[in-house]
Design a protein around this ligand. Sequence first.
Ligand code: ZN
Length: 239
Amino acid sequence: MEARAGQGLLRKRGVILRRRDSNEGDRSIYVLLREEGPVWLLAPGGARGKVRFGGATDPLVWGTFHIYRGPNRWYLREVDVRKDFLLLRRYPSRIRRAAEWAASLVKYTLPGHASDDLLPIFYWSLSVLESGRLREDLADWRFYWRWLRSWGLAPNLERCQGCGAVLGEAFFRGESLLCAQCSGDSHGVKLSAQDRGELFAVSVMNHEKILAMKNLHGIDPVKVQSCTRMLVRTLSDRV
Ligand SMILES: [Zn+2]
């Protein structure tokens, strides 16, 4: 009994971004759902009877959510777990990073507006993070760069934004990269040709290539973090 609009039962795939339990023992999860965007699902009594859902209502759980759409609220009936990223939870820094990504998705996406393009980006970024094949700072950069690219906001990593020249060494200023001539006196993160090449490679490589890669990057993690912070700023400016 699927219902497209109004009340009724529906099943949607998605990922849990947040979980909140009330003093009364009700559980709410904030789920990024395919075709629906981020939505709160309420499970009355769900925080009391932990047996009922087990780990299926933990953040970062991917699955099919069985939902009853009521007149005012959406209710969670069941979760078919597809992937729970349990391995990720064994590494404190990786799970922290994943939690930050989930928090960004909460912050920078609109409730009730579909963001289907972000689902595969998030899923494969978590897979890359879980695998440990890519340095965490670079996995972080890659997640945000791919997110911005899907929104048409990612900086071009190959050409100068000012003059269009193919870049060697470059200055990164958030929404763009500039060559030495165009950057003038303005500040930015200075990237050697090799730094820029590494950022470019991890940004555009698909996850299969990343997962098969040997970890040979030389770019300074502090530099990567500075660049990633600028990507996040681009996101926050946009919302
Ligand atoms: Zn230039």
